[in-house]
Ligand binder design. Structure first.
Ligand code: SAM
Length: 236
């Protein structure tokens, strides 16, 4: 524990993936717990903590002061106040998958092969995986973390090419061996089934198509679940 500052399991997983001695930027930092913890642990060479809003940035400054750490606090949207050559590792955590995709889309230099991205979407992780696949990023590793009753995906992403199946877009890229993989897939299936049920009484042709598309995703997830059970069943 870094002098009394304890990270939640979600942030701790990201911290464990931060390369030793890196120059870090934590985008959407809020309290700046992650960069302050990493500085206290001596794990990073430098840390920038940025946020879109003044309130969270003020909280970041207060955390840095409380723990007597030097972090560079910046107010801006996404990566607009970060230059490519001042950081090696970028964390974007605790936001929706579409927001994370929009932040990366506005900073195409993140797909040029010089940076490690640690991404942790709270919602719409499938939209983020699709964006990454279509824009020159590759998921190097992915893991699930259980934090206060909710399962969150964490991803390490680099520049590269990848092809993900429908099942992998929705159920995770590399979660075949993940202990939480089965529960994560089941939760996705339940949410999709409830969306399909909501469309059942609609008479709009668009909604028929939407329901058909969602059924295809459920089928893909069911076969992913079979693969997960096969890989993790007794004797494996
Ligand atoms: C729920 S907090 C997450 C804090 C921390 N990263 C974590 O994972 O625990 C989300 C933060 O992202 C910030 N945020 C949202 N959109 C942003 C953007 N486009 N650029 C920078 N920060 C953003 C919000 O102001 C908020 O402080």
């Amino acid at each position: 524990m870094a002098r009394g500052l304890e990270l939640t399991p979600r942030l701790r997983r990201l911290a464990d993936w931060v390369p030793l001695g890196t120059r870090l930027a934590d985008i959407g930092t809020d309290h700046a717990y992650l960069p302050v913890w990493l500085v206290l642990e001596g794990q990073v060479a430098s840390a920038i903590a940025s946020d879109l809003r003044p309130g969270p940035l003020q909280r970041a400054k207060e955390t840095a002061k409380t723990y007597g750490t030097e972090i560079d606090c910046r107010l801006c949207n996404g990566l607009t106040c970060i230059t490519p050559d001042e950081v090696d590792t970028i964390v974007i955590a605790g936001m929706g998958g579409e927001t994370i995709a929009a932040i990366l889309s506005a900073a195409p230099w993140t797909a040029m092969g010089h940076h490690t991205l640690l991404l942790q979407p709270m919602t719409r992780s499938e939209a983020l995986r699709l964006f990454l696949m279509d824009h020159g990023y590759a998921i190097k590793r992915e893991a699930l973390v259980l934090d206060r009753g909710t399962i969150y995906p964490c991803m390490e992403v680099i520049a590269g090419q990848m092809r993900l199946s429908t099942g992998q877009l929705w159920g995770g890229a590399f979660l075949r061996q993940d202990p939480l993989g089965d529960t994560y897939i089941i939760q996705k299936i339940i949410r999709l089934q409830s969306a399909i049920a909501g469309l059942r009484h609609s008479e709009r042709p668009d909604d028929y198509e939407k329901a058909d598309r969602l059924r295809e995703i459920v089928t893909a997830l069911l076969s992913m679940r079979e693969e997960w059970r096969h890989a993790n069943g007794p004797g494996n």
